[in-house]
Design a protein around this ligand. Structure first.
Ligand code: ADP
Ligand code: MG
Length: 633
């Protein structure tokens, strides 16, 4: 028997295919690991849903699982990824237009595709995976796919070449009644009803702990010293914490001698594919114990077999948006009960397991049942711009599964208006049309668009690419090794300089290393730049360099372009040495982050920032010195 035939979902294969013929939308509930993501698209492909040049697409909320799952499915079919099975994520794609029949993509990328192909006619079935997460893009997909489904149904009667769009929505949790009401002619199928789930012993702390990272460290050591073989999965909130814990555990275990050795593995979004795949490698449990320290991605998106112990720190890092501050930030908040239960469930997949919750039972009982959907705590500017580009002008009438707060909608409309993306009547302008097509935040796209007028597209392209990096650029915070690349007028110009010197070094790894600059991030920036260059070409924006003009201060036009995109982010120096927002009185007491070049020496009255970080204080980073006159425009 084929190994995939042992997965619980295999028993429902016939039901899935039958129900999909009968209903327009199929809502599938199944526990993590039952085979939803890897098997359903294959079943559809086998039974002809991708015949006649059509495709099947499955969306994921994250890059990391998109790439990982596509690679896995290709592997199951004994192919390399990019043939029958492909993936498409921002700035990276493995798709063969002629061969690819099953496509994994992020929900954000599918939204972008709608701009080119509003009815998504190439797809016969769209599977929206991980629906329980209610990511911003997933929610937006729901609204748009519902519209497309209706439109294709109506067109079908006029044009026999257009077929109905089938939707599969899959979720690891049970709260789907709302979805069933939302999608007409839908059906709920629960996978693996008779499936054996092993019991998981849940352990709580007697007393709340002060430092969960410390507690994680001791819990992992206790498990290794006192518990039988079995891998450990630790949930933390982000990369920095994960790296810290792994380093501490490594220091500890490298001095210990024990029968079972420990292999420490990290799992988070910004890591390379090869490192990621290590967590899936089989080991002999009587010889080694894997300790996987992961972000939320291991909660439901990636299934790792062999986990017997779960350590749950009880927190999650999420996006939070404050319309008053017009700012999105990442904050660490307690998990929901539903998340905590998903996490503990990872321990009981193959045999009975144990879950160590690093909080008290009382705290658990006070947790929210579910997290608020992301759409209610996000900056809606890019989303509304996309909707406008699709001709949906009355945003308040759009059929959202959950209507976002009106404050957030209003502040997004205001930003779009200031960017020149919409006019007095709220209609998309020509500028807006271009902005919405760039795979960037509209404010960053605006910088690029403005650069044409100031003849510095070459420079702005590099700066925007560097600002789009999602991983850390610097290996260490201190600038002591980087003195030769710093530009005193600000971080953006420093980023430009770093990139240009990196190019001049012939993309040298050692050039990066000696300056404690992350080489991988630099190659990523190069990749992003090449992609954006293609978009500039598409809109016939020439890539002129400011060096070729007779400007006296070459940095002024560049800085003006940045102001054109980020006019909301201007701060003014106060008498106490901190900064205060000029547009937003609530945003004050801002300190320059030590990672900014301006932390070395600065007394500029006006600065522009690209990011605010809340840690011990309110810090601003990615800073540039500006002149207030530039704002009057
Ligand atoms: P679901 O989407 O229902 O959570 P998946 O389809 O992702 O489940 O996974 C089904 C099974 O395939 C898992 O139980 C796991 O055993 C296996 N699997 C998935 N991805 C990988 C991988 N990259 N490497 C090894 N095994 C994997
Ligand atoms: Mg899955």
């Amino acid at each position: 028997m084929n190994i995939h035939q042992t997965l619980p979902i295999y028993e429902n294969k016939k039901d899935i295919l039958y129900l999909l013929e009968k209903y327009s939308t199929l809502i599938i509930i199944g526990t993590t690991g039952c085979g939803k993501t890897t098997q359903i698209p294959k079943y559809l492909w086998e039974s002809g849903w991708a015949d006649g040049g059509r495709q099947i697409v499955c969306t994921q909320p994250r890059r990391i699982s998109t790439v990982s799952v596509a690679t896995r499915v290709a592997d199951e079919m004994n192919q390399s990824v990019g043939k029958t099975v492909g993936y498409s994520v921002r700035f990276d794609e493995q798709i063969d237009d002629n061969l690819t029949r099953i496509k994994y993509t992020t929900d954000g990328m599918l939204l972008r595709e709608m701009m080119l192909d509003p009815l998504l006619l190439r797809y016969s079935v769209i599977m929206v995976d991980e629906a329980h997460e209610r990511s911003l893009n997933t929610d937006m997909l729901f609204g748009l796919l519902k519209k497309i489904q209706k439109a294709r149904f109506l067109k079908k009667s006029e044009n026999s070449r257009i077929d109905e769009l089938k939707l599969i929505i899959s979720s690891a949790t049970l709260q789907v009644e709302q979805l069933q009401k939302y999608f007409q002619n839908s059906y709920i199928l629960t996978i693996g009803k008779g499936q054996r789930i092993y019991p998981v012993d849940i352990m709580y702390l007697e007393e709340p702990c002060i430092n969960y990272l410390d507690k994680c460290y001791h819990t992992v050591i206790d498990i290794q010293n006192s518990q039988p073989p079995g891998d450990i999965l630790v949930f933390l909130t982000g990369k920095e914490e994960i790296d810290t814990l792994i380093e501490r555990l490594d220091n500890f275990f490298s001095t210990q001698k024990s029968k079972i050795s420990v292999v420490l593995l990290a799992l988070y979004s910004q890591m390379s594919m090869e490192k990621q795949l290590k967590v899936f490698q089989q080991t002999n449990p009587s010889m080694t114990r894997k300790v996987i320290v992961s972000t939320n991605v291991a909660e439901t998106s990636l299934t790792i077999d062999g986990i017997v112990y779960v350590v749950d720190c009880g927190f999650i890092k999420i996006k939070s948006y404050s319309p008053l501050e017009a700012m999105e930030s990442l904050v660490v908040v307690p998990v929901s009960q539903s998340s905590a239960n998903q996490r503990s469930g990872r321990a009981g997949r193959n045999r009975p397991g144990k879950c160590y919750r690093l909080y008290t039972e009382d705290s658990f009982s006070k947790l929210d049942h579910n997290l608020i959907p992301e759409i209610s705590r996000s900056n809606l500017t890019p989303l509304i711009l996309q909707l406008k580009n699709m001709g949906i002008d009355n945003i308040l009438n759009f059929d959202f599964l959950t209507l976002p707060p009106t404050n957030n909608l209003a502040s997004a409309l205001e930003t779009l208006y200031k960017l020149g993306a919409i006019d007095d009547n709220g209609k998309l302008t020509e500028t807006g049309g271009i902005l919405s097509e760039f795979p960037l935040d509209p404010q960053l796209s605006k910088v690029l668009l403005t650069s044409q007028r100031f003849h510095c597209t070459f420079e702005c392209l590099i700066i925007v690419s560097m600002l789009s990096l999602q991983s850390n650029l610097y290996d260490i915070q201190s600038h002591s090794h980087r003195k030769d690349v710093l530009i005193r007028q600000g971080d953006h110009l420093t980023l430009l300089n770093i990139f240009q010197q990196f190019q001049q070094s012939n993309y040298s790894k050692s050039w990066c290393k000696s300056r404690q600059i992350n080489y991988k991030s630099m190659t990523m920036a190069l990749k992003i730049k090449n992609q954006l260059q293609a978009y500039l070409k598409k809109f016939s924006i020439p890539i002129q360099s400011i060096q070729d003009t007779d400007e006296k201060d070459l940095t002024i036009p560049i800085r003006k372009c940045i102001v054109a995109g980020f006019f909301n982010n201007i701060v003014r120096l106060q008498s106490d040495g901190t900064y205060k927002s000029i547009g937003n009185p609530l945003l004050d007491n801002l300190y320059i982050h030590p990672i900014s070049v301006l932390s070395l020496q600065n007394s500029s009255p006006f600065l522009l920032y690209n990011e605010i970080l809340y840690t011990t204080k309110r810090f601003i980073k990615d800073l540039i010195v500006i002149e207030p006159e530039w704002l009057i425009k």
